[in-house]
Design a protein around this ligand. Structure first.
Ligand SMILES: Nc1ncnc2c1ncn2[C@@H]1O[C@H](COP(=O)(O)OP(=O)(O)O)[C@@H](O)[C@H]1O
Ligand SMILES: [Mg+2]
Length: 235
């Protein structure tokens, strides 16, 4: 559902992403782990058609993101690290607006998501007055409004209080069980470990380890994902 083949992004003389090969099938949560600057957001933005690859290919639901960006985007939901929202709209106005942009006819969908994300009260306030947790929840609601089959989550729990983080962490397995392919990027190992079907460790633009948490610990012969991460990303 989310696939990359030899995907590269170069900025000047620096390789932000080096020949990424990846496949996230329907129903799987794949977590990209990496330190700051490892290339996680670059990979996300390539899949989301916001960046153009220097080389290689990326596909969403079988659609090449460069050749068929509209078809790829129709299948995709994206929660960016720092989502851009309309500060002068209320939460419900914003979701109605996104709903119209996506051509969604189901008028009950916005209310349903306001319930899921515990945003009923917040829905009447301006987004400019929201806390970070409320902003992320409304952005995530906007990302899944059209029931995408592929979902990109960049640092979805970053800066969230425990209650908001729990809403996000509970939602991911629910979406996977409905068949959504989820690619999540984070540098927080504690978020990844209990949720991920598979993890990939990105280091200086290269995928240096990939597999189940147990598989990766076995490859590096260590007892925790933290030790495996430190071994795989040692300078
Ligand atoms: N627009 C850009 N121009 C030049 N370098 C960039 C740009 N965007 C990202 N980079 C560089 O690419 C590397 C990967 O960045 P990024 O994908 O944001 O990492 P991560 O999300 O893993 O923290 C970093 O070294 C970053 O400085
Ligand atoms: Mg990032």
């Amino acid at each position: 559902m989310i696939r990359a083949a030899g995907l590269c992004k170069r900025y000047g003389s620096q390789d932000a992403l080096r020949s990424l090969d990846l496949h996230v099938p329907a129903g799987e949560l794949f977590v990209l782990l990496g330190s700051n600057g490892a290339g996680k957001t670059t990979a996300m933005n390539l899949f989301a058609t916001l960046l153009r690859p220097t080389a290689g290919e990326a596909f969403i639901g079988g659609h090449d993101v460069v050749a068929e960006p509209m078809a790829a985007k129709a299948e995709l939901g994206y929660l960016p690290d720092a989502p851009a929202l309309y500060e002068r709209l209320t939460g419900s106005e914003f979701l109605e607006f996104v709903s119209d942009l996506r051509g969604i006819r189901d008028r009950g969908r916005v209310g349903e998501l306001l319930d899921v994300f515990d945003l009923q009260d917040a829905a009447r306030k301006l987004i400019g007055d929201y806390s970070l947790g409320m902003r992320k929840r409304v952005a995530l609601a906007a990302a899944i409004l059209h029931r995408p089959r592929a979902l990109l989550l960049d640092e979805p729990t970053g800066g969230l209080d425990p209650r908001s983080a729990r809403v996000v962490k509970d939602l991911i397995p629910a979406l996977c069980s409905e068949g959504v392919a989820v690619l999540m990027a984070t540098h927080v190992l504690e978020v990844a470990e209990p949720l991920a079907d598979r993890v990939g460790i990105l280091h200086e633009g290269s995928l240096v380890a990939c597999g189940t948490v147990d598989g990766i610990m076995g490859q590096t012969d260590v007892a925790s994902l933290e030790d495996a991460f430190l071994a795989a990303t040692a300078p």
